[in-house]
Ligand binder design. Structure first.
Ligand code: NAD
Ligand code: DAU
Length: 344
C-alpha cells in the first residue's frame, strides 16, 4: 500500500504522516510538499531516514512533476492536505489560494484518473458551511448544510470540494471528503490563534484578540483528526462527505485567557484589535455521521490537549524560534503593526 500525502510538511499533514508510519509500518508513505512559508522540513526530520518514507519537494499545481511522481510511485491512495490555509492571508492576497486550493486539486485528480487509484481523499474544512449565529446554540453544521462561504480561503476550499464531487459523478473517481473543525496541537504554524498566543505570551508581547473575542471555534486535537482521516480512507463510502468535530466550542477570548493562566501571564497582555474582515461568528460541527457509520469519536479532551500543546511549545522552542526569526517578522508587522485597537 502506497499513500501519497500532499502538504505533509505542514501542521496536520505532518501529524498524519507520523500517525500512518507508526500505525502501518508496512505502508509506504510518500510526502509531496512545495515547502511554502508554512511547510518545514525540520518537522519531518525524525522520519526522513525511515525506509518506508519518501519526501518530494514539488508544487501540486505542477502537472509534469505530479504525473512523474505518480509514474514512479503508483500510489494507491492520495490524501490531499496541501493548501494555503490561513484566512487572514487569503484576505490580503486571494489568488494563490485559488491556484493551490482549486487548480492544485484538479491536477492531483487528473493524475488519479490517468494512472488509476483506489481512493482520492480531500481534506476540507467546516468553513465551507459559512458561520452560525451566536444566539442559536441549537444549530450545527451537518453534511447537508448548504455551502455558504465567507472568505477567499473558504471559497477556494468549497470550490475544490465541488470539483472533487464533480470528478466523482462525471468520471467515477473514487473520492471522499472530510470537513473538520479547528485543529490544535504540535507543529501548528505560529500565525494561527493558539500557537500565536502561546508564543507571544511567553515573550510577554501583546495578545491581539480580534474584536471582542466572542467568536466561537470548535477545537479538535490534531491526532483525533488524523484518526478520522485514517478511518475514512480505509472504511468510508466512496462519494461521501464526512464532518469531523468533537463538540468542543470555545470563545476566542476564553482560549486566550486560559493560555495566560496556564503560562502564569497577566490578562493585561490581551489587546483587542480591529476585527478580521467578514469574520465568521461561530463554527460547530455535528459529527453524527462519522460516529454512526465509522465509529469515530474524539479521544483527547480539550483540557488534556491544550496542556499537551502548551508543553510541546515549551519543549520545542527551536522549532518555532527558527520560524519566527525569518519572514514571519515581516508578516507579523504587516498584519499587526499598524492595526487599530478595538474598544470593548
Ligand atoms: P498548513 O498551512 O500548516 O500546511 C499546508 C502545507 O501545504 C504546507 O506544508 C505547505 O508547504 C503545503 N503547500 C502549500 N501549497 C502547496 C502547493 N501548491 N503544493 C504542495 N504543497 C503545498 O495547513 P494545515 O493547517 O496543516 O491544513 C492542512 C489542510 O487541512 C488544509 O487543506 C486545510 O484547509 C485543512 N484544514 C485545516 C484545519 C486547521 O484547523 N488547521 C481544519 C480543517 C481543515
Ligand atoms: O475551522 C477550520 C479552519 O480553522 C481551517 O480551515 C483553517 O485552515 C484554519 O486556519 C482555522 O481557521 P480560523 O480562521 O478559525 O483560525 P485562526 O487560528 O486564524 O483564528 C481562530 C480564531 O481566532 C478566529 O476567530 C480569529 C481569531 N484570531 C486569530 C488570530 C490569528 C484572533 O482573535 N487573533 C489572532 O491573532
Amino acid at each position: 500500500m502506497t499513500i501519497l500525502v500532499t502538504g505533509g510538511a505542514g501542521f496536520i499533514g505532518s501529524n498524519f504522516v507520523f500517525h500512518m508510519l507508526e500505525k502501518y509500518p508496512d505502508y509506504r508513505i510518500v510526502c509531496v510538499d512545495k515547502l511554502t512559508y508554512a511547510g518545514n522540513l525540520s518537522t519531518l526530520k525524525d522520519v526522513m531516514n525511515n525506509p518506508q518514507f519518501r519526501f518530494v519537494k514539488a508544487d501540486i499545481c505542477d502537472r509534469q512533476a505530479i504525473y512523474q511522481l505518480f509514474e514512479e510511485e503508483k500510489p494507491d491512495i492520495i490524501v490531499n492536505f496541501a493548501a494555503e490555509s490561513h484566512v487572514d492571508r487569503s484576505i490580503e492576497n486571494p489568488e494563490i489560494f485559488l491556484q493551490t486550493n482549486i487548480l492544485g486539486t484538479q491536477v492531483l485528480m487528473d493524475a488519479c484518473r490517468k494512472y488509476g487509484i483506489t481512493r482520492y481523499h480531500q481534506v476540507s474544512t467546516d468553513e465551507v458551511y459559512g458561520d452560525l449565529p451566536l444566539d442559536r446554540p441549537d444549530l450545527f453544521f451537518t453534511e447537508e448544510t448548504p455551502i455558504h462561504t465567507s472568505s477567499p480561503y473558504s471559497s477556494s476550499k468549497a470550490g475544490a470540494d465541488l470539483l472533487v464531487l464533480a470528478y466523482h459523478r462525471t468520471y467515477g473517481l473514487p473520492v471522499t471528503i472530510s470537513r473538520c473543525s479547528n485543529n490544535y496541537g504540535p507543529y501548528h504554524f505560529p500565525e494561527k490563534l493558539i500557537p500565536l498566543m502561546i508564543i507571544n505570551a511567553l515573550a510577554d508581547k501583546p495578545l491581539p484578540v480580534y474584536g471582542e473575542g466572542l467568536n466561537v471555534r470548535d477545537w479538535l486535537y490534531v491526532e483525533d483528526h488524523c484518526r478520522a482521516i485514517d478511518l475514512i480512507i480505509h472504511k468510508g463510502t466512496v462519494g461521501e462527505v464526512y464532518n469531523v468535530g468533537g463538540h468542543n466550542e470555545m470563545k476566542n477570548i476564553d482560549i486566550v485567557k486560559l493560555i495566560c493562566e496556564k503560562l502564569g501571564k497577566p490578562e493585561s497582555l490581551i489587546t483587542h484589535v480591529a476585527d478580521r474582515k467578514g469574520h465568521d461568528m461561530r463554527y460547530a460541527i455535528d459529527p453524527t455521521k462519522i460516529h454512526r457509520e465509522l465509529g469515530w469519536l474524539p479521544e483527547t479532551k480539550f483540557a488534556d490537549g491544550i496542556e499537551k500543546t502548551i508543553q510541546w511549545y515549551l519543549t520545542h522552542r527551536e522549532w518555532w524560534e527558527e520560524i519566527i526569526s525569518g519572514d514571519y517578522q515581516k508578516y507579523y508587522e504587516k498584519m499587526y503593526g499598524g492595526r487599530e485597537q478595538f474598544m470593548v
